[in-house]
Design a protein around this ligand. Structure first.
Ligand code: NCD
Ligand code: ZN
Length: 482
């Protein structure tokens, strides 16, 4: 029924829940219309609606925004594709993902971006797409920017896909090219040359055990890479983001760069908070991930940084592989990474349930901060009138056990197998539509997801040293002599 006075008919009212923001929570009903939040108001004050869902006792969180997933399509669809990966996101309360370019082929050019967009058209959830920043595609960067890429990814160290790492010279030129766009450059911040050197020495010495992987990638690789990238960002004005923070040591260059005004943000992932080197004996090659899970002291420092704001957000580095690719006797042969987009919210809500984090803080690190860092704010990351209705309805009493056979990802093998959590997203809405309902995927929402380019607004760039870029120098070769 339309409202008799105004004629307004909401699409959906979520009634009886508690809305959570980054700073507070309050009892409120939420009405949606045409994909947006239309009203947030006192219980019982909502307009007429096509459908009303009782969410009494449950919490309404802005859907998680995960800026680091690998959905593997095109090229590695035996591990994952856009339908299965985005289904996992929907089941995990994640309403927007940013997907990485280390597919086959990688997302290096406008044509490859168009192919990625075609694959992503199956998505259940909204998405940003990363373009690759490599040594051999600098000429493609302007086309990727004009073509609607949402961020860039630079592999400073080798990882799955074996994309070569750009030299510092090529990185500087790429930062110069990208800086004016304001788009953020996300870094796999581990220095390739240190790791290659050490791995060769460890292999030669016959080390094949899981902890040899940690020995090949000591925290200095992250300290060096974060510091170097921050120097380039400060020089050019490019915005950067440090992916999968794994060590206490790299927090120093991150915090110092922030204090200097460098536009730098950082993420960590559940495995770096919840696992440590004590887990390698139990998990073997399943735990192999780049960068590696480190000591308990690292996990404690990362947790403190996530609470203090030095680390801005939680992401997952969702990196599915098959059991055969993960289970290897020789550690160097095991593929790196594991799925995470479906388990992030339950694992973190369990931290809330155990009293180690507030629900408000979780909203900051899972939704508000990523929305702001990647230009989706104010359209996403909040439940307020005018925002897109991306909502995770959470039951903080519900218990579940993480089991491979329950995961929607194609590559199901996870180090969190058998972990019991308290706190689960029981419904997920993307722009007002249920993509998950009562712990079941709404299969027909494949294709509902759309790219965030239309709503993305990066703050204007503060480009520095524009007169000294390589492009400027190439345009004015005779300036010195004149
Ligand atoms: C990721 C993957 O498999 O694509 N693997 C990983 O160990 N993290 C790549 C990456 O993010 O480094
Ligand atoms: Zn990485």
């Amino acid at each position: 029924m339309h409202d008799p006075d105004t004629g307004f008919l909401a699409d959906l009212v979520l009634a009886g829940g508690t809305v959570v923001t980054g700073t507070t929570r309050f009892q409120a009903d939420v009405a949606t219309k045409d994909g947006l939040v239309a009203l947030v108001g006192a219980p019982g004050t909502m307009p007429a609606a096509r459908e009303t869902v009782d969410v009494t006792g449950q919490f309404l969180l802005p859907g998680a925004i995960d800026v680091h997933v690998h959905f593997r399509e095109p090229g590695y669809t035996h591990k994952e594709d856009w339908r299965t990966g985005s289904a996992a996101a929907a089941m995990g309360g994640t309403t927007t993902v940013f997907e990485m370019p280390n597919t086959h082929p990688p997302t290096r050019s406008l044509a490859e971006l168009r192919a990625k967009q075609a694959a992503a058209a199956k998505s259940h959830v909204d998405y940003g797409l990363y373009g690759l920043l490599a040594e051999d595609n600098l000429d493609e960067l302007p086309g990727l920017i004009a073509g609607g890429v949402n961020a860039f990814k630079c592999f400073m160290g080798n990882t799955f896909g074996n994309l070569p790492s750009p030299s510092t010279g090529a990185m500087l030129e790429a930062f110069e090219i990208i800086a004016p766009s304001g788009l953020r450059i996300s870094l796999h911040a581990e220095t390739a040359s240190i790791m290659a050197w050490r791995q060769a020495r460890l292999v030669a010495a016959g080390r094949n055990d899981p902890l040899a992987h940690v020995a090949a990638r000591p925290a200095i690789v992250a300290v060096e890479a974060v510091s170097r990238a921050a120097v380039l960002a400060e020089w050019t004005g490019a915005r950067i983001h440090v992916l999968h923070i794994s060590s206490a040591a790299e927090l120093r260059p991150l915090a110092e760069s922030k204090a200097r005004g460098v536009e730098i943000t950082g993420e960590t992932c559940p495995c770096y908070l919840l696992l440590d080197t004590g887990d390698y004996a139990r998990l073997g090659s399943v735990i192999r991930v780049n960068p590696p899970v480190r000591d308990a002291a690292d996990a404690a420092a990362i947790r403190a940084a996530l609470m203090s704001g030095v680390i801005d957000m939680i992401a997952t580095d969702h990196a599915p592989h098959t059991p055969e690719e993960k289970r290897k006797d020789v550690i160097w042969e095991a593929d790196c990474g594991f799925p995470g987009v479906e388990t992030q919210m339950p694992l973190m809500l369990n931290e809330v349930a155990q009293g180690r984090m507030s629900l408000e803080h979780y909203v900051r690190i899972s939704a508000e901060n990523p929305a702001q860092a990647f230009g989706l704010w104010p359209a996403k990351g909040r439940i307020e009138a005018g925002a897109e209705a991306d909502i995770a309805v959470v039951d903080m009493e519900r218990r579940e056990t993480i089991r491979a056979e329950r995961l929607h990802s194609r590559g199901k093998i996870t180090p969190f197998e058998g972990v019991e959590v308290t706190g689960v997203p029981v419904h997920t809405l993307v722009r007002g539509r249920f993509v998950q309902r009562d712990r079941r995927l709404v299969a027909e929402t494949s294709g509902w997801g759309r790219q965030v380019t239309a709503i993305q607004r990066m703050p204007p760039a503060r480009v520095r040293n524009a007169d000294r870029t390589l492009a400027a120098c190439l345009q004015a070769p005779a300036r010195e002599e004149a």
